[in-house]
Ligand binder design. Structure first.
Ligand code: PRP
Length: 216
């Protein structure tokens, strides 16, 4: 939980939320706090479109076609979505593919030093079944510093899958600090903070159908 201006705004706009239960009784008393939240730097505007729904869909078709062609003689593949951000890409990709596939999930989290990611990653939820001898395609919404994907690929390789590749919707190329191989990439983007298509800012914006830029 980050004590940001946006946190305050969201809390005040969601009176049924559990995050400020003690304040439900009289939200009017907290109206000035909302302004503090906004003044802290949170915009009321919708995120500006960076990649439209149509462009995401078109690129999704292309990626699925390429993946299906590459794996066509390999039998069943395991689509391994990295929670939470990959849930929409995984849903779309799994329905587009024309090859035999299973769906699995894994969840990881970055250790933070204060508010700053330390680069260390820990496993929060493991895959339910063994990936030994399977063709695994890790599905990620974004590679930013690259630490998450680097950790995952290393960790999963040790379980001896038949192969392991990565499909990633967005790559923040200039922020990447470690070497990671992205086998199937949707788009390369700049250093902006993006939401939508699974990506969030303080848990907001994940279900936007497009990828938009927020200005925190
Ligand atoms: C995001 C994203 C990737 C990771 C990439 O996850 O989904 O897993 O960050 O960052 P990196 O390349 O700098 O390691 P986040 O920790 O925000 O969790 P979420 O998927 O639950 O939103």
């Amino acid at each position: 939980m980050h004590w940001s201006g946006e946190w305050l705004v969201n809390a005040l706009e969601s009176p049924t939320s559990e995050i400020l239960p003690e304040f439900h009784a009289d939200l009017t008393l907290l109206a000035p706090v909302r302004h503090i939240g906004l003044a802290y730097g949170v915009s009321d505007e919708s995120p500006q479109v960076l990649i439209s729904e149509a462009d995401i869909s078109h690129r999704g078709d292309e990626l699925a076609e390429q993946i299906a062609a590459d794996y066509k003689d390999k039998g069943e593949i395991v689509l391994l979505g990295v929670l939470k951000g990959a849930f929409i890409l995984l849903a779309d990709l799994s329905r587009r593919l024309t090859i035999p596939r299973l769906v699995e999930f894994i969840a990881v989290s970055s250790y933070e030093d204060g508010d700053v990611p330390s680069g260390a990653v820990r496993l929060v939820m493991d895959v339910r079944s063994s990936i030994e001898g399977k063709h695994v395609l890790v599905v990620e919404d974004i590679v930013d510093t690259g630490h998450t994907l680097h950790y995952l690929i290393d960790m999963l390789k040790s379980r001896e899958p038949a192969s392991i590749k990565a499909c990633v919707m967005l790559h923040k190329e200039h922020s990447t600090e470690v070497d990671v191989e992205i086998d199937y990439l949707g788009f390369t983007i700049g250093d902006e903070w993006v939401v939508g298509y699974g990506l969030d800012y303080a848990e907001q914006g994940r279900t936007l159908p497009y990828i938009g830029v927020v200005k925190p």
